[in-house]
Design a protein around this ligand. Structure first.
Ligand SMILES: C[S@@+](CC[C@H](N)C(=O)[O-])C[C@H]1O[C@@H](n2cnc3c(N)ncnc32)[C@H](O)[C@@H]1O
Length: 285
């Protein structure tokens, strides 16, 4: 999986309540962050290579990975640059990203709590240095991309670029009988229609992002990699837990029933084969 926006919420802070500190936990907080870290995919090497090539990244560069989540894109980038800045408004996602980095022996990533509207604040921190690239993996649909591109464009070094990457489409929107069965099951579990929001992974979203980059003088290349993977029940349920806001996550006691009923709802004679289409829009100058 696939997709980006947690199910059944249209705003990062929708349908959740403030905690004791008055800080609002977002849709990727708590156990959702844990499931995200365990079950969301990393990015294929071809996509990472294309980002490096088209933005001329090298070992001296600083990269900003905005909406970094648990570090799926930040960490492989960090291996080849001087510093990767992973920025995200969800502290629980950043905590998991930091753990994943430490587990992988990657210590040149810094994790910054902030959202797209905070990016300009990085200017003074960079102290005259420029960014080699801005990357956004599966997260631009949460942001005001026009304003973000305006902010970042002057922060990029010559030949630097912007890479917008989507990592497959939501599991319940695939063209297969198991995917349709998953969708029916989820709609029944919550008693709500899921809608067809592809979370910024669709062609229309890519056209808007490409247009916005080209208007700012970027040359945009689209790089696509596609593969299939057969998912077991644990992976399907874990992916679903990573894609729903904490308010909709089945309680720990309910999760056994969720998985059993999900298993019963899926076709017995057809494996769940996920088609993962990874698309990077890479704007360079
Ligand atoms: C679907 S996850 C993507 C995580 C990771 N980049 C990946 O490729 O798997 C979306 C991330 O965007 C973050 N996010 C939501 N609103 C944001 C905003 N306004 N600015 C920056 N990040 C945001 C969320 O907290 C979440 O970690």
């Amino acid at each position: 999986m696939t997709g980006g926006k947690p199910l059944a919420t249209s705003h990062p802070h929708a349908a959740v309540e403030s905690d004791d500190m008055g800080v609002t936990p977002g849709p990727f907080s708590g156990e959702v962050a844990e499931y995200y870290s365990r079950f969301r995919r990393g990015y294929p090497k071809e996509i990472l290579d294309a980002i490096f090539d088209l933005t001329a990244l090298d070992a001296n560069d600083i990269v900003l990975d905005l909406g970094c989540g648990t570090g799926q894109l930040t960490l492989p980038l960090a291996r080849h640059v001087r510093l990767a800045v992973g920025m995200d408004p969800e502290a629980d996602m950043l905590a998991r990203a930091r753990q994943a980095g430490a587990a992988a022996g990657i210590f040149n990533a810094v994790w910054v709590l902030g959202s797209d509207t905070d990016v300009s604040l990085l200017g003074p921190l960079l102290a005259g240095r420029m960014l080699g690239a801005l990357t956004v993996g599966q997260a631009l649909h949460w942001m005001d991309h026009e304003q973000l591109f305006d902010t970042v464009e002057p922060m990029l070094r010559p030949r630097g670029g912007i890479a917008i990457v989507s990592n497959g489409s939501p599991l319940w929107l695939q063209a297969s009988a198991p995917s349709r069965a998953l969708r029916r099951f989820l709609e029944g579990w919550w008693n709500i229609p899921l809608g067809d929001d592809a979370c910024g992974t669709d062609a229309e979203a890519r056209r808007r992002y490409t247009d916005a980059l080209e208007r700012r003088g970027f040359e945009v290349r689209e790089v696509v990699t596609e593969y299939c993977e057969t998912l077991d029940l644990e992976h399907i349920a874990g992916s679903m837990y990573s894609a729903m806001p904490p308010s909709r996550l089945p309680s720990a006691e309910e999760r056994g029933a969720f998985a059993t009923q999900l298993g019963d709802a899926l076709p017995a004679d057809e494996p769940f084969v996920e088609n993962v289409r990874v698309v990077a829009l890479i704007g360079s100058r």
